[in-house]
Structure formats: C-alpha cells, structure tokens
Design a protein around this ligand. Structure first.
Ligand code: MG
Ligand code: MG
Ligand code: MG
Length: 306
C-alpha cells in the first residue's frame, strides 16, 4: 500500500520539496512513497519546481483510507482532512511538536533547525543514500527560503552545513543568486491590484482603543514598487476610511535589511516617535526593520501607551 507524503496546507517551498525529497529517499530504500501537495503551489515554489525540473506533486487534501507521512508540520489544523480516518506512518519536521497522535509506533524525526530540508539531509546521510542533483537543489532552495538566506533567527549551523553540501551535489554555484530568483518570484507585484498588495499580508491591531492596520510586502528591491507608490497610498486611504486611526505598509527590502514604512495616520507624530524617524511624503526608511511581529508592533504599542 502506497504512503502519501504531504506537507502543510497553504504549502510553502519546504513543505512541497520535503515531500518530494522524502518520497525519493524512501523509494531508494524500496518503499512505495508518493509525494503530494495540500493546496496550490505559491509563485516561489512554482519557480523552484520548474528550475529543478520537478512536476507539481499530486494534490491530496483528504487522508481517508490512506497511509500518510507528514513533512514540515505535525498539527492537525495544517494536515489533510480526516487524518484519523487514515494512518500516519511517519513525520519529518522542524517545528514544535503538534497535536497529531497515532495508535502505533511510527518513524518520527523532528530537529530544531531552520528547515525540513536540513532534517532530510541528515536522514539521507544516515541511510547512506545518494541525493539526486535536482532533489539536492530543491532541498537547498527550501533551506534558503525558510531561513531567509541564513538571516532568520531560526537558522542554525546545521542549515548552513546542509546548504554547503547540497550545493556541491546540485551543481548550483551561486546560492545568493538562487535566493534572489526565489525572492523575485515570491514578491512579484506587477499587475496585482494595489488593494490586493496591501491585503497580501495585512493585520489590524487594537492600540489603546485605536484601530491600527499594518501590512507588509517583502521585496527584493524597493524598485519593484516604485511606480505604484501613489496607487498603494490610495489603497491605504481607502483602508483608513474604514474607521482606522492609522494604516501602515511595510515595504521591506530583504536584501538591504530595512523597511520603507508608508504611513497614513490621524496622529503621524505618534508613529514617528515609535520609530524615532521623520515622515517625508508619507514614508520613512527604518534600517534593520524586518519583522512586523518582533519589531513594528512592539514599538507601536509602546508609542500608543498600550
Ligand atoms: Mg513550512
Ligand atoms: Mg519549513
Ligand atoms: Mg516558511
């Protein structure tokens, strides 16, 4: 009976390439494992699959009656539907352990590293199985994506070591170049309506009774949005008219490691004080600002007296 390998819902590059790489490893060991995807591949993942000549895995959203191997998650909410009507036989992951339980002993391997691709590299080495060059390329792409080219606080030495070794196997010489290619695919903005860009990664927050919205676009370069700044400001105006005190849009330059913060506010001085900056034409550059969760929101909360 086949085992279906599948990553989490809203699949990212790691959850798709890990399904492929784990299925390949098990096939090399004589097992019948089939890579799957639970959702549609995002633009970055599509680019990676095309670049390394892999087909998009078969879609799988329901586990009923199936043997399942989970990669890149162990949370029921992220897993295929009706998981308990199937049988989980393996989990390979790099997150906190989730709420999936089993009736029988299974293969379970989770490591506190930046990417499932790194865990899989260790498993290939343990089994002494050679990694196909294109599979190595995909595993490496996943590590670069999950660790934001080694800049994320989740990145470990094991991730760097894995990339160094996968680089040789894959024949990819320029990992920075590969990362940029992925980033450009992921952050493609051309032809997307301004409100859709503002909404792409947007959250509202309550700041002492004032509604403050913060969106973020991760970009390879600010040039990508240069021609559409007025249109973005228009979308922010429309959003703000819906009863918000402030609407912020973080245009984050992942390469320069900073954010051009666009601001529309009833009290711009509060936003300026939050980031110790001065607005010019509704925006200010804040060096080092990358994370909404860890940097932008805490500073705003302090400035709003939360
Ligand atoms: Mg993931
Ligand atoms: Mg991952
Ligand atoms: Mg991720």
């Amino acid at each position: 009976m086949s085992v279906y390998v599948v990553g989490h819902k809203s699949p990212d590059t790691d959850s798709v390439t890990a399904a492929i790489a784990y299925a390949e490893l098990m096939k090399a060991k004589g097992e019948d494992y089939i890579p799957c995807i639970n959702g549609d591949p995002n633009p970055e993942t599509k680019m990676v699959l095309e670049k390394f000549g892999a087909a998009t895995p078969t879609k799988l959203s329901d586990a009923t009656g199936k043997k399942i191997a989970l990669v890149d998650h162990s949370d029921l909410a992220q897993a295929p539907d009706n998981l308990s009507a199937g049988e989980v036989v393996a989990i390979v992951d790099h997150h906190k352990i989730g709420d999936v339980t089993t009736n029988n002993p299974i293969f379970f391997c989770a490591m506190p590293v930046g990417c499932t691709g790194t865990v899989l590299k260790v498993l290939y080495d343990l089994d002494g199985v050679a990694i196909k060059p294109n599979v190595a390329g995909m595993m490496m792409a996943a590590i670069l994506s999950d660790t934001v080219n080694f800049k994320s606080p989740t990145c470990t030495d094991a991730d760097k070591k894995a990339v160094a070794e996968l680089k040789k196997i894959s024949g990819v010489t320029d990992t920075d170049g590969l990362f940029m290619e992925m980033l450009k695919a992921k952050s493609a903005v051309a032809g997307v309506p301004p409100m859709a860009l503002l909404d792409r990664d947007y959250k509202d927050f309550d700041m002492k009774g004032k509604k403050v919205g913060v969106g973020q676009l991760e970009l390879a370069t600010l040039d990508q949005v240069a021609p559409m700044r007025d249109a973005l400001l228009g979308a922010m105006k429309e959003k703000k008219a819906g009863g918000r005190h402030s609407v912020l849009l973080m245009l984050t330059d992942v390469v320069k490691e900073g954010t051009d913060l666009m601001v529309l506010s009833d009290e711009p001085a509060i936003i300026e004080s939050a980031f110790n900056g001065k607005l010019q034409n509704n925006s200010m550059w804040i060096a080092g600002m990358m994370s909404r969760k860890k940097q932008t929101i805490p500073n705003l909360q302090k400035a709003f007296g939360c």
